[in-house]
Ligand binder design. Structure first.
Ligand code: NAD
Ligand code: UD1
Length: 350
């Protein structure tokens, strides 16, 4: 398997995964509508390789387009075939991910995340490509009192974004029921990816004011505007919420490991939590960021964020046992690399 279609490949996780795929010698076809990203991320990927005297320009193809248009996806499959690089598998990142926006614009989220995925899967079937790795999220678990979330934890998403992720999971589950179809599917439920490639050349590039904690920390460190920490009265060691942060390069690597696992094994549906399995509080994250980067992050406590969950930490034992792999990069590396990206690109990909 050498030729991979990456949907959403110019985005945060997609661009890092494209880098990892190219490092392993894959040919990469990217489709992205650029609704939340810039195609400059691909130029910077080329630059990382150029600095090592490696030319990957003929291994990376970009198609600007929308997965809501099936004909366009078909066109990419046909183009790859014509180039004698038939697409063997798909890594599917394309989608909208802003939880608050999904509450205001649920139809947008269903159209992009569900209908877009439905189109992609139909196009894959038409083009006889039956291997896919799908970006799901720990958000499918909703509120849970479990200290560690295993893949068997009840699925109860609490917002439209989470509902669309769960709906795609169900669709993927349904198509694997027909054994004649031979689908090979991995559903990866990400916990909290942060950081950037160690070069600082690619990273997270939010178009709007960041809602997630890590870009918000970076923003406060840079602008000295006070970060609002949502709640210091949670039942945790320091009163702030606990999350399971994972370096985006580890997350990227998990896609390659999953892809290889699917290639080497019989058709199946594999569901994996992708996290480090270690809970970090908001205060711990801020303090680590300050210490390793020798910079202050001004913050104040605010009231709890509506819909927030006290603790989300992965039970990643299935990941370790099935892929024989686990994330290795430390919280310190996440903070150093993320800050490097900001300093090299204060305005993102502008
Ligand atoms: P991102 O917004 O940076 O990347 C998503 C990409 O998809 C963007 O480049 C966007 O332009 C593209 N896109 C959106 N709708 C499209 C469409 N209809 N057609 C073509 N392209 C489209 O987000 P990310 O953080 O890289 O997330 C990637 C995936 O992982 C998403 O599906 C997201 O829901 C999921 N996820 C992300 C996180 C996280 O914390 N970042 C956590 C769990 C799951
Ligand atoms: C959020 C989404 C989740 C999505 C994930 C990754 C919600 C309810 N959940 O999860 O669906 O999969 O992002 O995109 O939005 N915090 C602050 N101040 C801030 C921002 C965040 O204190 O300015 C706190 C939050 O209260 C939370 C922690 O930081 O305790 C992490 O927040 P965030 O980065 O938004 O991630 P999640 O809440 O895990």
């Amino acid at each position: 398997m050498k030729n991979i279609l990456v949907t959403g490949g110019t985005g945060f996780i997609g661009s890092h995964t494209c880098f990892s795929l190219l490092s392993e010698g894959y040919n990469v076809y990217v489709i992205d509508s650029l609704v939340n990203s810039s195609k400059k991320s691909l130029l910077y990927i080329e630059e990382i390789f150029r600095r090592k005297d490696i030319d990957i320009s003929n291994k990376l193809r970009f198609f600007e387009g929308d997965i809501r248009k099936k004909d366009f996806i078909n066109y990419i499959f046909k183009t790859a075939l014509k180039e004698k690089k038939p697409i063997d598998g798909v890594i599917h990142f394309a989608g909208l991910k802003d939880v608050a926006e999904s509450v205001i614009k649920p139809l947008n989220y269903w159209e992009n995340n569900f209908f877009g995925s439905y189109n992609l899967i139909k196009s894959m079937k038409e083009n006889n490509c039956k291997t896919i790795v799908f970006s799901s999220s720990a958000t499918v678990y909703g509120f849970s009192s479990d200290n560690l979330l295993s893949e068997d934890t009840q699925l109860k998403p609490i917002n439209p974004y989470g509902s669309t992720k769960l709906a795609v999971e169900k669709l993927l589950n349904d198509i694997t029921q027909d054994a004649n179809e031979n689908w090979k599917i991995a559903i990866l439920r990400y916990f909290n990816p942060i950081g950037s490639h160690e070069s600082g050349l690619i990273g997270e590039n939010p178009f709007q004011k960041p809602n997630n904690i890590f870009p918000a920390i970076i923003n406060s460190a840079y602008t000295k505007e006070k970060l609002k920490v949502f709640g210091n009265d949670w039942p945790t060691k320091d009163g702030t919420c606990i999350r399971d942060y994972i370096h985006v390069m580890d997350l990227a690597e998990s896609h390659l490991k999953s892809l290889n696992y699917l290639i080497e094994n019989d058709p199946q549906l594999l569901i994996l939590n992708i996290g480090k399995g270690r809970g970090i509080s908001v205060i711990e994250l801020i303090k680590t960021f300050e210490n390793v980067n020798n910079i202050s992050v001004p913050f104040e406590f605010d009231k709890r964020r509506e819909g927030d969950v006290c603790q989300l930490v992965a039970d990643n034992s299935k990941l370790k046992s099935i892929l024989n792999w686990s994330p290795t990069k430390s919280l310190e590396e996440m903070c150093i690399d993320g800050w490097k990206w900001k300093n090299l690109n204060p305005k993102g990909y502008l």
